[in-house]
Design a protein around this ligand. Structure first.
Ligand code: NAD
Length: 310
């Protein structure tokens, strides 16, 4: 049965979203450059508002959006949506976390490989006219211990990838872990301190909550081997960046790969002055495949929510 209703897409989103919504009878206005003022003026006319990370659905927008039944984020997290204001008006708030799982896990892998073989350093040297061959003796991932903090969707995907590269997988989570998955990857379950002191690579995959803010501060970083590498593609606040900088600078830690920062954009980060780091500008979910999958998932969820199926 065809649905009735109108959707306002406020950010740049893969076209598959509009296609699925239209196939289900909805009318779609695509306004990827809409300003906050324009959104306030127009919010009243739509049943569904769709955003990525640029547009904020504030309490003021919700107050104006008198027809609105669903707010959807084509991505992970709901930081840019006032969930309390939405739920007070019985507006469904949806996201599409599934899109990013593989993209983030592959980014972690690329950072681990890049730090193991110092490809970024080699590349920087070549650009400066330097042949750093003697200084760039690397290491291999096979046989190393990969400690994964947070065995949710991304953590589990990374565990499987690490296992495929013959790494030994150590895992820590606050919830129970599926025994079939544990068996599949040969998981060694450990508490956080044991994981940190035993791993050659530590990758963080927890949400940013009060309980995870600065989960890795000076004390925890001190437990890690001085050759170990820390990868953070979760959220900036999970790592104390000042403590991390000091550990890396003092040679108490082997290296770090960071996609997320305490303040973004982190263009002035002093971490960029260190050789043993790989830094990326929060691109974890930024692959064509992830964007299209997220748009697909978000569209299907919007349709199901309007049909009352979810
Ligand atoms: P998920 O919800 O599937 O998994 C998170 C896991 O962390 C859960 O198993 C949970 O039990 C566990 N956890 C919570 N608190 C913990 C604690 N104190 N100690 C140990 N484990 C704890 O989430 P996901 O989809 O795997 O995403 C993981 C992280 O990646 C999130 O922070 C998300 O925001 C981030 N992320 C980043 C990007 C990016 O662009 N870099 C893209 C997608 C997701």
């Amino acid at each position: 049965m065809s649905l009735e209703g109108s959707v306002l897409v406020c950010d740049e989103v893969d076209p598959v979203l509009g296609k699925i919504l239209k196939q289900n009878g909805l009318s779609v206005s695509y306004e990827p450059s809409i300003t906050p003022e324009q959104l306030l003026e127009r919010a009243a006319g739509y049943d569904v508002l769709v955003v990525r990370s640029r547009t904020r659905i504030t309490a003021d927008v919700i107050a104006k959006a008198t027809k609105c039944r669903v707010v959807a984020r084509v991505g992970v997290g709901l930081d840019n949506i006032d969930k309390d204001a939405a739920s007070a008006r019985n507006i469904r708030v949806l996201n599409a976390a599934e899109g990013a799982i593989n993209a983030v896990a592959e980014l972690v892998l690329s950072m681990m490989l890049s730090l193991a073989r110092q490809t970024c350093r080699g590349d920087r040297g070549m650009r400066d006219g330097k042949w750093l061959k003697k200084e760039l003796k690397g290491t291999e991932l096979a046989g190393k211990y990969l400690g994964i903090v947070g065995l949710g969707n991304i953590g589990r995907r990374l565990a499987r990838m690490g296992r495929a590269l013959n790494m030994n997988i150590i895992g820590y989570d606050v919830v129970d872990i599926d025994p079939a998955f544990a068996k599949e990857v040969g998981l060694m379950r450990a508490d956080l301190d044991t994981l940190l002191s035993s791993s050659d690579y530590v990758s963080l995959h927890v949400p940013l909550l009060d309980s995870t803010r600065h989960l890795l501060g000076a004390q925890k970083l001190a437990l890690m081997k001085d050759t170990a590498v820390l990868i953070n593609t979760s959220r900036g606040g999970v790592v104390d960046e000042d403590a991390l900088y000091e550990a890396l600078e003092a040679g108490r830690l082997g290296g770090a790969g960071l996609d997320v920062f305490e303040e973004e954009p982190a263009t002035g980060s002093r971490l960029a002055g260190l050789d043993n780091v790989v830094l990326t500008p929060h691109v974890g979910a930024q692959t064509r495949e992830a964007q299209s999958l997220a748009a697909n998932v978000a569209a299907e969820k919007i349709v199901q929510a309007l049909r009352g199926v979810i």
